[in-house]
Design a protein around this ligand. Structure first.
Ligand code: NAD
Length: 446
């Protein structure tokens, strides 16, 4: 799905005009069907710590074309910068600056990934160095060209640099699955999780529920999880029954028609699952609505449904699933849909931003509760994604919103789905209470 402006800019006369006028020229993003190889080579691993050696070794074992210097490389596919042992800001330059000379050699769709430790309150010099890496990364993401991205993995102190979730996050950021994610840092806070055995079907043998699955992002999530090998339970309101059964037929999924805000929805879901002998390994809380109005015009009929669907239903559904005791698998993954509006706020969206900021805090608290069950809870925060929800925006607002990110285009539902599939995977067990933005480094928020 390409918007009209992008189609024009990619035509010969459109491209020439855009160059002349300095208009945005969004690159074509390579997604998994365009670029199946897990790592775009050659990959250069910078850093001289034991951790850097270990990461280089792991990639070599997987058959990647790994180098430790740029040397005379004319084209570079991926760069991994390992800064786990830095203790003063002065140590960043010598490790990072070789990248300066290689920036013009980065291939279209290149990946830069930093691996470092989060700044804590210990030694002030070390905290400054660690914090500095985040600033570097976020700025670099603004400078990437040709659909390239720059993201970081923050591995908490005490967690091994090669913990399953670090390697999983590294692989995810290096792959085409993270095409619309840039300028983001994902924290690994534990060593839980395990390496994915079957790379082509990472969710084989797992059962996942997706709410709001009949269309848009929810349908893309269901399709992506199914393509990764999961058995699906797809849920939507009775009014979307036709689309839901079509999707269920396509994916051989189990459909359930349920309004998540209806009284007793959680208990009905539990008895539905028990009735079919299903246990859920992943729960994707995607159902969501908007009812935008400035606060001056806000009324309960616009406020209440947004809060009810977008956050209250998530609390009641997860409570019912946890309390039932027999409908969740051994290491359950909950992934919830937040929004960049919940991080930065948005004019006309006091109701929506309240609900989505609530989601971000909710997954953080839920993660602590699920840890006792060996599970995780995380959120993804999409920016501008091309769906029916955003198609309803006024044309000019929509066009501006679409360009206001480092990749100068809207994301696709599948981009959100890919992030969710990663957070549902066995590898991601050490990622807890995080909100991962899928927004092309939207200019709003941090
Ligand atoms: P959409 O309107 O296209 O689809 C939402 C789905 O949720 C629909 O199938 C709808 O029937 C279902 N739904 C709504 N209320 C329900 C209820 N009470 N019970 C069960 N199902 C219900 O929306 P989308 O753009 O695909 O958005 C999906 C999620 O992503 C939402 O949570 C949304 O807030 C979030 N999001 C979207 C964007 C974007 O740019 N599209 C950006 C940020 C966040």
């Amino acid at each position: 799905m390409t918007d009209a402006y992008t189609r024009f800019i990619r035509s010969a006369p459109g491209g020439a005009l855009a160059k002349q006028l300095g208009l945005p020229r969004p690159a074509r993003l390579l997604r998994r069907q365009d670029r199946p190889e897990p790592v775009l080579g050659p990959v250069v691993v910078l850093g001289d710590s034991a951790g850097a050696d270990r990461i280089a070794h792991l990639l070599l074992e997987e058959g990647a074309d790994v180098r430790r210097r740029f040397e005379e490389l004319r084209r570079v596919g991926s760069v991994i910068v390992v800064l786990d042992e830095i203790s003063s800001p002065a140590e960043i330059g010598p490790i990072m600056l070789p990248l300066a000379g290689a920036m013009r050699s980065l291939a279209p769709g290149a990946r830069v990934v930093t691996i470092s430790r989060p700044a804590g309150d210990e030694d002030p010099g070390r905290a400054a160095a660690r914090g500095g890496v985040e600033g570097f990364l976020r700025s670099l993401a603004h400078e990437m060209r040709g659909g390239g991205t720059a993201n970081g993995v923050l591995v908490e102190d005490g967690v091994a640099l090669d913990a399953p979730a670090t390697i999983g996050a590294l692989r995810f950021f290096l792959s085409a699955r993270s095409a619309f994610i840039t300028g983001q840092l994902l924290t690994v806070s534990g060593e839980a999780g395990s390496a994915t055995e079957n790379r082509s079907l990472p969710l084989a043998g797992r059962t996942a529920l997706v709410t709001g699955a009949a269309r848009g992002i929810g349908a893309a999530i269901a399709r992506t999880l199914a393509a990764d090998g999961a058995q699906l339970v797809v849920l939507d309101v009775p009014g979307a029954g036709t689309e839901l059964s079509r999707l269920a037929n396509e994916l051989r999924a189990v459909p359930i028609q349920l309004d998540v805000t209806s009284k007793g929805a959680g208990e009905r879901l539990v008895s539905f699952l028990r009735g079919r002998g299903l246990t859920l390994d992943a729960v994707v809380l995607n159902a969501g609505i908007t009812r935008d109005k400035l606060l001056a015009n806000m009324t309960p009929d616009r406020w209440d449904p947004v809060l009810a669907v977008n956050i209250t239903s998530q609390i009641t559904l997860t409570e019912a699933l946890i309390e039932a005791g027999d409908v969740l698998g051994e290491q359950p993954r909950v992934v919830s849909l937040a929004s960049t509006s919940g991080i930065a706020g948005n004019r006309g969206q006091t109701n929506y931003a309240t609900s989505k900021a609530g989601v971000i805090a909710f997954v953080d608290a839920l993660a602590a509760r699920l840890e006792a069950l060996g599970g995780t809870a995380n959120a993804v925060a999409p920016g501008f994604i091309e769906t029916e929800m955003t198609a309803r925006m006024p044309a000019l607002t929509r066009e501006v919103a679409r360009r206001l990110n480092s990749l100068q285009q809207g994301g696709l539902p599948v981009d959100v789905a890919e992030a969710i599939a990663f957070l549902c995977s066995a590898e991601a067990g050490g990622i807890r209470g995080e909100t991962l933005r899928v927004c092309g480094q939207n200019m709003v928020g941090k």
